[in-house]
Design a protein around this ligand. Sequence first.
Ligand SMILES: NC(=O)c1ccc[n+]([C@@H]2O[C@H](COP(=O)([O-])OP(=O)(O)OC[C@H]3O[C@@H](n4cnc5c(N)ncnc54)[C@H](O)[C@@H]3O)[C@@H](O)[C@H]2O)c1
Ligand SMILES: O=c1ccn([C@@H]2O[C@H](COP(=O)(O)OP(=O)(O)O[C@H]3O[C@H](CO)[C@@H](O)[C@H](O)[C@H]3O)[C@@H](O)[C@H]2O)c(=O)[nH]1
Length: 436
Amino acid sequence: MNVSIVGSGYVGTTVAACLADLGHEVVTVDIDESVVDAINAGDPAIHEPGLDDLVARHAGDRLRATTDYGVVPETDLTMLALPTPSREDGSIDLTAMEAGARSVGAALASADRSNSPDPHLVVTKSTVIPTTTREVLGPAIAEAGLTQGEDFLVASNPEFQREGSAVADFLNPDKLVFGTDDDRALARLHDLYTPLREAAETEIPVVETGIEEAEMIKYANNAFLASKVSLINDIGNVCKEFGVDAYEVADAIGLDDRIGERFLRSGVGWGGSCFPKDTKAIVAASRDGGYDPRMLQAAIDLNDAQPERLLSLLDRHVDVSGKRVAVLGLAFKPGTDDVRESRAIPVIEGLQSRGAEVVAYDPVATENMRAHFPDIEYTDSASEALDGAHAAIVVTDWDEFAVLDEAFDAMATPVVVDGRRIIERRAGITYEGLTW
Ligand SMILES: NC(=O)c1ccc[n+]([C@@H]2O[C@H](COP(=O)([O-])OP(=O)(O)OC[C@H]3O[C@@H](n4cnc5c(N)ncnc54)[C@H](O)[C@@H]3O)[C@@H](O)[C@H]2O)c1
Ligand SMILES: O=c1ccn([C@@H]2O[C@H](COP(=O)(O)OP(=O)(O)O[C@H]3O[C@H](CO)[C@@H](O)[C@H](O)[C@H]3O)[C@@H](O)[C@H]2O)c(=O)[nH]1
């Protein structure tokens, strides 16, 4: 199939490269010239395991990038993979989605589609509040003089990939969700994913559902996972009060398959481009409709409080005012250079408000964090950050931190406060785990 993907960020680029690898002809459209140039040069601008290889293999052949929406009508299907950030009040900001939808509509309206047997299909890949696709994006596409249902169709096909394993997740999803009430749209979504389903090692369940249900499934998925982590963090904080190791507790309760062993790693909380904004957006939308989702709000509140709880453990051991404190890990999780809503941000802010001199290290996310904190010191290794520090705070569970050992001996005072249970306790280190 010929596929166009509007928005070439973390999702758009991954989906485009994977679909090209599966044999489709894919073109991505982005307003950012540097993103387009990077893809065409075979070197994507984002750090995602396996993505470089796929883009290098297919760029200039089955994978192209452009700033020109004029390519849209030449394709069988367009995916919108545009950002849906939070507004100040937590609600979803649809500015980019509406702009993209309008541009798609204008491109479709100005093309001669007399030879195209079916209406063009526009698929929402981005995470949007239920009713957005049908009631906001459809009308935005139609503004160019088109009729939804006749000149174009809309559908929802939410994405569940995680950063740090996006390629593997896209190629081996635990489900595909096709939200549409139009048989032509449904058939085209099946065509799009047939190569993926044929290549997969196991049978991939396909959920055929309505557009709004598909939109809501995405929020429910993220809300549930974020709340699961907040709940284990709550339990972990209780464990810490009793001197109980929350990881032993989690391992045991995870054996109950009604609970499940995954997403039970307690610590400094969830960050990233999705959980924080999606939980806030669905809470805001629900309140707008008159229902206050109290469990979700509690999950958010607990997550917001966890970095300060980590710092309060540090306060027990060191007054950091005027002292060098190492922050190990800046990415919101290992395997990515993304620092959006990383827990490192409130941790660094908290250290600065205590008057600490922050020295930070991350294997890949330093440049992205510089935009938030241009004035702190960044080092090229964890050992350099630890050298002479009065305390170390671990924020991201990068594997390389697990093998740090002698580096702690170069600290001025070897106080280690671990937000991710990645450092081994040992003699000679004053160690505090957040929930263990
Ligand atoms: N990041 C993830 O792992 C992930 C996973 C699942 C779902 N999602 C959802 O997917 C959507 C996209 O997320 P992302 O992380 O890929 O975003 P991103 O910010 O990484 O990328 C968005 C891209 O869209 C481009 N863009 C903005 N306005 C444009 C316009 N009018 N026309 C063309 N291009 C435009 C930007 O230049 C950027 O390259 C969001 O709704 C997000 O919630 C993200
Ligand atoms: O047991 C756990 C698991 C995760 N986290 C934290 O939770 C955050 C999110 O992690 P993860 O879900 O692995 O990464 P994301 O890339 O944010 O992926 C989530 O958000 C995406 C965007 O919507 C969805 O597509 C994915 O399915 C969903 O897992 C990170 O800060 C993790 O450190 C924990 O603290 N403990």
